[in-house]
Design a protein around this ligand. Structure first.
Ligand code: ATP
Ligand code: ATP
Ligand code: MG
Ligand code: MG
Ligand code: MG
Ligand code: MG
Length: 277
């Protein structure tokens, strides 16, 4: 098919391939969620419904993209680790960033009502997305440590801040002043001495964020497995040759688990060497 005389403009579209054999990290962040969370009356400091909705959207992404091996979320952001061998969309940067960011956003909106049945969306939320390449496993470890440390710092601050406002009767300006220049130990002390809150016993979801991993489903193979979700499973039909006697299962079946655990120390990674392989 010959192109029109206009088709030359296509040549201005330049390829944007990502370096092969490198880890990709995609981070999404809600656009102006300070305002969005106010308008939709999120509970402060942590709205558990909003966090669970974020987790669900992230899970939808992992279900559609097997190359995502790990995800970590806090507040209005989520980071996704895409394995270094991925050939997703021929590693075209803008295709990956826009398609995944778009799916996350539409999933967030699609599932909104299930998490906020009494609070209709007032306007369409959006997320920004950026993709960064990292050459080594060390940097991936440090990346996720960075995000989880951020979760901790923000959550400790926000917990102390909202305790001063909601229970201490301080204005938001006063609470900012009270906390100005305090170190972590002092925030713990304010929470404990003034509000009888032991920070370390708060819900790990708030303190540790959400970590999504693929876990093998440990179940004995049975005939029912043929009706499972495995892609490429042999469905018997008129022209299908008889199934071989020995069951060959290409890959173990996995499900996505949402954890609220430490991902800074070695334990998490030692138990899951496949993530960084
Ligand atoms: P930007 O567009 O630059 O990202 P932003 O307003 O989204 O601006 P962030 O730094 O991303 O700023 O912070 C997100 C804000 O959204 C938090 O500070 C908090 O106020 C609010 N927020 C997000 N998730 C929750 C939640 N689950 N519960 C309560 N508040 C939340
Ligand atoms: P890709 O993900 O590569 O863009 P695609 O399936 O979206 O793949 P396109 O080249 O973008 O392929 O073509 C979009 C297709 O969607 C059209 O070929 C057509 O089949 C269908 N489509 C889109 N809009 C309409 C419409 N308004 N009415 C009927 N069909 C439509
Ligand atoms: Mg931001
Ligand atoms: Mg934001
Ligand atoms: Mg944010
Ligand atoms: Mg299309």
């Amino acid at each position: 098919m010959a192109g029109s005389k206009y088709a030359y403009v296509r040549n201005f579209e330049l390829p944007d391939p990502l370096l092969p054999g490198t880890f990709m990290v995609l981070r999404l962040d809600g656009h102006s969620f300070h305002r969005f969370s106010d308008e939709h009356e999120f509970t402060k400091p942590n709205d558990a419904r909003a966090l669970a909705l974020m987790d669900h959207a992230a899970m939808d992404l992992m279900e559609q993209y097997p190359d995502i091996v790990l995800a970590f979320g806090e507040s209005d952001e989520f980071s996704f680790l895409i394995r270094k061998s991925a050939s997703l969309y021929n590693r075209r940067a803008s295709k990956i960033v826009t398609t995944l960011t778009s799916l996350f956003t539409s999933s967030y909106v699609f599932r909104w009502a299930a998490y906020f049945p009494d609070a209709p969306l007032k306007y369409p939320p959006s997320f920004d997305g950026r993709l960064v390449l990292y050459p080594n496993a060390r940097e991936i470890r440090d990346y996720f440590s960075w995000r989880q440390t951020d979760t901790h710092i923000n959550n400790l601050y926000n917990t102390a801040f909202w305790a001063l406002v909601q229970q201490g009767g301080e204005s938001t300006t006063q609470a900012h002043t009270t906390l100005k220049g305090t170190v972590s130990k002092q925030k713990h002390e304010i929470l404990f001495a003034r509000f009888q809150v032991n920070y370390n016993t708060l819900d790990p979801r708030f303190r540790k964020g959400s970590t999504l991993v693929r876990e093998e489903i440990s179940e004995e193979p049975s005939d029912r497995d043929n009706g499972g979700t495995e892609i490429g499973a042999l469905v018997p039909g008129p022209d299908t040759p008889p199934a071989p006697k020995m069951r060959t299962r290409a890959k173990p079946r996995t499900q996505i688990a949402v954890l609220h655990c430490d991902i800074i120390k070695d334990e998490f990674w030692d138990a899951r060497p496949e993530i960084l392989s």
